[in-house]
Write a protein that binds this ligand. Structure first.
Ligand code: ZN
Length: 64
């Protein structure tokens, strides 16, 4: 199974970084990923389409 990477935009520091997504985790996944730059917890909502393309929305964990 190919690795899928998704670009996450950090809502805290504004930086972007690539993060590996779990292609077997279902078409809609919600999880917390620590920012690779500032290490704060990002609430990620990841969607995988039928072609295996991943798109993600990010928001601060503390305004859920
Ligand atoms: Zn950050």
């Amino acid at each position: 199974m190919n690795a899928v990477y998704v670009t996450l935009h950090c809502p805290y520091c504004g930086e972007s970084f690539d993060s590996p997504a779990d292609p077997g985790g279902g078409e809609l996944q919600c999880y917390i990923e620590d920012c690779a730059v500032c290490c704060r917890p990002i609430a990620v909502r990841l969607r995988l389409d039928e072609a295996g393309e991943a798109t993600a929305r990010t928001r601060r964990d503390d305004d859920a």
